[in-house]
Design a protein around this ligand. Structure first.
Ligand SMILES: [Zn+2]
Length: 315
């Protein structure tokens, strides 16, 4: 008789406020839960050592009910914002979670839950999730995530390419404006300061003196606000400028753009394609296929779950 025992995998997508947990059977989402983990607040309110213990406790508390409900969960993977050593899983630093230095989430959480847990950079996890949902394109995939910041991930030969130290594809910090806006990384003019939700708000404030969210600016653009339209066109141009630079290095034919900002794609696409074609080396022109994410934002959880496939219950 065929063994029909289901195999489930759990994937976590860690944000500054929300923790999202997805139970997957292959590529199918069985159940998603959201947990207000408030990692950012925990990091601000406690010493680094105390904050770390709280983060482990809160994360374990979020996972435990799903492990009880789905005993068939075989592996746990986590997409985490920050610089993660691809060999040891040690988080060297997380720019949005200050104070967390050289901690090992997979080890510390795994010891508590009885699992081997794999932790990946969140953009790498999303890249792998989207790569899988697109049917694993043979030439690989370059992923760009436009959210609060700009993340990127690269999948080649079926594997995430994280670089020697886990810092590859920091494409959000490619400089697209000489002496431009100051970035959290210390440089000026990084694309993240323009093509992210926060960058869009900054662009609109510079032109009008008004503070609006990226979504409000998109609605204003659709109603004919010229400043709002100019901001989104500039996002399209700067994104394409960065992408053309990356493609000159990695030559991947399939690009996928995800993240909340993509909802306003129609406001930036014309400027984006014009600039992309102009900036690419001529032999690559017309050869780049750009997809917009259709995953409904589950790619981060899915990728984390799939990347943990090789790890299993340790107890
Ligand atoms: Zn930067």
């Amino acid at each position: 008789m065929r063994d029909v025992t289901p195999v489930y995998r759990l994937g976590l997508d860690v944000g500054g406020t929300n923790l999202r947990l997805g139970v997957f059977s292959d590529l199918r989402l069985i159940e998603e839960t959201r947990f207000e983990a408030n990692y950012s607040a925990i990091c601000k309110q406690h010493s680094p050592a105390q904050a770390w213990q709280k983060i482990i406790a809160v994360t374990a508390e979020a996972i435990q009910p799903l492990l009880e409900k789905y005993p068939a969960i075989q592996s746990i993977g986590i997409g985490f914002p920050g610089f993660i050593d691809p060999h040891t899983g040690i988080l060297a630093q997380s720019p949005n979670l200050p104070g967390l230095l050289n901690v090992n989430l997979g080890h510390d959480l795994g010891a508590r839950l009885g699992f081997n847990i794999r932790v990946e950079n969140d953009a790498n996890a999303a890249a792998f999730g989207e790569f899988s949902l697109l049917g694993q394109p043979a030439g690989g995939l370059l992923y760009l995530g436009l959210g609060t910041g700009v993340g990127a991930g690269l999948v080649v030969n079926g594997h995430v390419w994280a670089g020697q130290h886990g810092y590859a594809l920091e494409a959000g910090h490619i400089i697209v404006e000489h002496q431009g806006r100051l970035c959290g990384c210390g440089n000026h003019g990084c694309v993240e300061q323009y093509a992210s939700a926060t960058g869009i708000s900054k662009g609109y404030a510079e032109l009008t003196g008004q503070t609006r969210s990226a979504l409000e600016i998109a609605l204003a653009a659709e109603q004919g606000d010229e400043h709002a339209r100019a901001v989104y066109a500039d996002v399209g141009r700067k994104l394409a400028q960065m992408l053309a630079s990356v493609l000159k290095v990695v030559d991947v034919g399939t690009v996928l753009i995800g993240g909340g900002v993509v909802a306003a794609w129609s406001l930036m696409s014309e400027a984006f394609y014009q600039r992309l074609e102009a900036d690419l080396i001529p032999v690559l022109r017309g050869k780049i296929v750009v997809h917009l994410s259709r995953s409904g934002d589950i790619a981060g959880m899915l990728g984390a779950a799939l990347l943990a496939e090789s790890t299993t219950r340790s107890a």
